[in-house]
Write a protein of this length. Structure first.
Length: 334
């Protein structure tokens, strides 16, 4: 544009017309102004063109579930929970161990859960790393020996889950607390694996955590003794305070916290203050771990006692924990 202005000046000089350098600058500015106006007009025209909205992507999650030997596992309950959104969809594996879950308008980020009777519960995060049409979630489940007298069938286990979801109360003690954890009744609860702990049938100190819970009614002293026999030690996934929740509806976040399990009672946080009477080796693996957990499920609750609150006549001090849970079965939310 400045070159064009120079040509105008040179033409005036050839015709004998006088010109000044100021005239040259004025012509250059006028041409620059025209160029700027042309760019603005093109930008406005583009802005007025309607943009076609891209359709929401549908995530298809497929996979295969095998045992430790590589044999397909049928009837595995597979759940996929969206992050964010906390929407859960589920499926069952077929005779070949295969499953498929479809998420219309999926976020591409999910927590996968795999549950099968007498097998260890498996959970991991599945995230879309590229523009894939299908997300693959394969899993292997290892067989476990449950500490129960009678192992209920899958059909009866499903009925038990529905009973709690409708507003019922399920109480487990000792090793039986593994059952609802491994069956995925509440994915925020897990069983802690220990390698050095030796704590067989001994009296230990515990600390009250959720003082407002009806389960602790009547316990004025926040620290008191309980009976515990080696396992299970429980753990509850805490809320991620660093997670980015921008753009997530507050109602969704509130619902997510509503279903999070709560620690009611924990073992003393100091390893050297745990033992009251008996044997304890590697108490650091036990210190601060959850001893009693209240896990919401639907409209009901699963109260997991890692301890034995009703151990013959010897643990009278913890009898009230179980009695309170039973007496307040429909008022455990607080």
């Amino acid at each position: 544009m400045r070159f064009s202005a120079c040509r105008v000046a040179m033409r005036q000089a050839e015709n004998g017309t006088s010109f000044r350098f100021r005239d040259l600058l004025t012509a250059s500015k006028i041409l620059d102004l025209r160029r700027s106006l042309s760019i603005i007009c093109v930008a406005l025209a583009c802005a007025l063109i309607p943009v076609r909205e891209l359709p929401a992507q549908t995530d298809v999650i497929r996979g295969r579930v095998l045992n430790a030997e590589g044999t397909p596992l049928p009837n595995v309950r597979v759940t996929a929970t969206s992050i964010p959104g906390n929407v859960t969809r589920e499926s069952r594996t077929n005779a070949r161990g295969q499953f498929q879950i479809t998420f219309p308008g999926g976020s591409g980020d999910y927590v996968m859960g795999f549950a099968l009777l007498r097998h260890a519960f498996r959970q991991f995060e599945l995230k879309r790393t590229a523009d894939h049409d299908v997300l693959i979630a394969n899993a292997r489940l290892s067989r476990v020996q449950l500490d129960t007298v009678n192992v209920v069938s899958t059909m009866r286990l499903s009925a038990l889950r529905k009973f709690v979801e409708r507003g019922g109360l399920l109480i487990t003690t000792g090793g039986t607390s593994r059952l609802p954890v491994e069956m995925g009744f509440n994915n925020t609860v897990s069983v802690v694996t220990t390698t050095r702990l030796n704590a067989r049938g001994v009296i230990y100190r515990a600390q009250a955590v959720s003082l407002a819970s009806p389960i602790l009614y009547g316990y004025e002293n926040p620290t008191f003794p309980i009976y515990f026999n080696q396992s299970p030690l429980l753990s509850v996934t805490v809320r991620d305070t660093l997670a980015n929740v921008d753009g997530i509806d507050a109602a969704i976040l509130q619902q997510r916290e509503k279903v999070r399990a709560r620690v009611i009672l924990r073992f003393h946080e100091k390893a050297d203050s745990l033992l009251v009477s008996g044997l304890l080796v590697a108490g650091d693996e036990m210190a601060g771990r959850a001893a009693v957990v209240d896990a919401p499920l639907g409209k009901g609750h699963v109260v997991l006692f890692g301890i034995r609150p009703l151990w013959r006549w010897e643990s009278q001090g913890s009898f009230a924990l179980a009695i309170n849970a039973i007496a307040n079965w429909n008022h455990l939310s607080f």
